[in-house]
Design a protein around this ligand. Structure first.
Ligand SMILES: *Cc1c(COP(=O)(O)O)cnc(C)c1O
Length: 234
């Protein structure tokens, strides 16, 4: 069996194990295949074994692949940094944006989401380790912006996303994920019943088990599905 398919089987086993350790069922966790820098042929291999959701970081690259694979009716998630002059492309082409890092980005996505499409699903990116090199709301800023964003038309605020700094031990990896879960609970206390958050986008190739133990509902896996990325650093 080709490598990508083997890799997906082993990721699915890891996901099942972690879910069972957490007392959860595997269908509570979406496996998002991060396909940045990968070709449409590689994506095709993943969709032959049932993967329907793909994550992309670079808009222009993504739009080409979305066009090439449009007949397959896939769910495309934008997970990369989003400049405000590029929001229209994201609003027109994706089902989800995980990387909303300020109010203005959410407002533009809301205004630019075409009316004939389903509302755009949004996650607020949280700079959970407070790293100067990373984008994202601070937890406090996110709490302050949540109600206003949740009230915007043409979008649904679904939850929170984070990319913690790498940690070697699972016990340490769980700490920032637990913080993100707590922040989502705090935010839900501020939001109306019809606006409650249901999504934690957290966990990648190296720390997906820790994230699932702390309640991840979407894990974003690139390397362990498609192999290492040689050129790009993200
Ligand atoms: C690249 C990327 C991933 C996937 O990371 P891997 O370590 O390759 O699994 C997940 N999330 C974001 C935001 C990324 O940019």
């Amino acid at each position: 069996m080709p490598t990508i398919k083997n890799n997906i089987s082993s990721i699915q086993r890891r996901l099942q194990h972690a879910a069972s350790d957490a007392g959860r069922t595997p269908d509570e966790v979406l496996l998002l295949a991060v396909s940045k820098t990968r070709t449409s042929a590689q994506i095709n291999e993943a969709l032959e074994v049932g993967i329907r959701s793909f994550g992309e970081n670079y808009l222009q690259e993504a739009v080409e692949k979305i066009g090439a694979l449009s007949a397959a009716n896939l769910d495309w998630h934008f997970i990369g940094p989003l400049q405000s002059n590029k929001t229209r492309t994201a609003a027109e082409n994706f089902a989800w944006v995980h990387s909303v890092d300020r109010l203005k980005i959410a407002q533009r996505l809301s205004a630019q989401r075409p009316e004939h499409l389903a509302p755009l699903n949004l996650c607020l990116q949280i700079n959970i380790d407070n790293e100067p090199s990373k984008s994202g709301f601070s937890p406090q800023q996110a709490l302050e912006a949540a109600v206003e964003i949740a009230d915007l038309p043409n979008i649904v605020l679904r939850g929170l996303m984070a990319i913690p700094r790498a940690r070697a031990e699972r016990a340490e990896q769980r700490i920032p994920f637990a913080h993100l879960r707590t922040l989502k609970d705090q935010m839900n206390e501020l939001l109306d019943n019809s606006r409650k958050l249901d999504t934690l986008s957290m966990g990648m190739s190296g720390d997906m088990e820790a994230a699932i133990l702390e309640g991840a509902t979407i894990v974003r896996v690139g390397t362990d599905i498609f192999g290492s990325r040689e050129k790009q650093s993200t």
